[in-house]
Write a protein that binds this ligand. Sequence first.
Ligand code: GLU
Length: 469
Amino acid sequence: MTIRTRFAPSPTGYLHVGGARTALFSWLFARKHGGAFVLRIEDTDLERSTAESVNAILEGMTWLGLEYDEGPFYQTKRFDRYNQVIDELLANGLAYRCDCSRDRLEQLRDEAMKNKQKPRYDGHCRNHTIDPNAPHVVRFRNPDQGSVVFDDLVRGRIEIANDELDDLIIRRSDGSPTYNLSVVVDDSDMEITHVIRGDDHINNTPRQINILKAMGKEIPRYGHLPMILGDDGARLSKRHGAVSVMQYMEDGFLPEALLNYLVRLGWSHGDQEIFSVDEMIQLFEIEDVNKGASSFNTEKLLWLNQHYIKESDPLHIAHLLSPHMGRLDIDPTTGPDLVEVVKAQQERAQTLVEMAEISAFFYKDFQEFDDNAAKKNLRPVAREPLEVMREALAGLDEWTAEALHQLVQDVADKLEVKMGKVAQPLRVAVVGRAASPGIDVTLHLVGREACLRRIDKALEYISLREQSA
Ligand code: GLU
């Protein structure tokens, strides 16, 4: 049997982390078994579905590298097929038309509530003959007896008595098929063998199984993934911070870090935390998915992001960093090689946004010195070391990190001070702040011209300070 899984988002917003986790687990399961991963856009809710949302979902999946083998299939293009199935069910007596008024249905609901029962349709129209041209809905004739049993890949055996399920509407009065019907037709036509989805759909599964049985189709295996909670224990939502996958991209996260984070949301392999995509494919077992909900933890995601920033090929990071530099109005081709900048900063940033911010000075002069750093380091005592350094830098033959390192050392020796007494004012002069990579690498990447210009500015700052003292 060829394993076939699917991801079936409703395009009513961006791709959120919960959806991405569902997509990842379905994708991993297909990849692990050499199967196919199908993308299906469930856009039957015409009022809430948008083309922008479809694009946002595709963009999010592409960014995460969750490539699909088939699709995207759009449900709105398959209405004829759904109606064909509904007509067949009608013809076989497995579905029926219903013209119960809204009032009657409301009355049923009120009575059920009063008796503390689950509201359910009473099958009133099961044996009525209703004119197909008069307004009506179509209901599925749910079996009365027995129960639906399925062996959930995550939750284990689940059994629901048929008398708990009512005759659900499969075609609305406007002629459009409903969610449960279209999902079932699609899963069957697309030969999906494993339905892996969020556990918010677990109540739909017995109904879907009954429709599949009525159609005489095979029943796929189902695996329902536990919820993702925010740090306060409530279902993860916008108020917990970023939930859109592309927001994480904008906030400077690496796709591999987010994937690694998502795979651990509800799944584990011993106490291993770091998984490359190949390892995930190799080690992922749907049976190892937790039954209980998992909590989203931004600190851990940051930790993983920092890990991947540190460990990845600098060229790869440079490629991902470039748009973040662009957002700061920096064109990285107009300054030092971005790969060298990444090498210098790899240990120093948790996100690419942060890396861009602390690397801007390599490409453009900063507006102002950081107040504290300047107060502490650009004092009158720093004038001499800066002046001597300026002259030495202007005359240096070879502008290499090694030569620059030696030069700072030589100047410190000459002035009979510790190296820090020279390097720190110099750093604040050139970087604007008290923190940067090693002074030699920093000077090297900033370049001679900008170094001299910025030292002049620092000397001016010291003069102003002296005057106002
Ligand atoms: N379209 C549904 C959703 O976005 C998923 C349906 C399914 O996976 O069966 O929640």
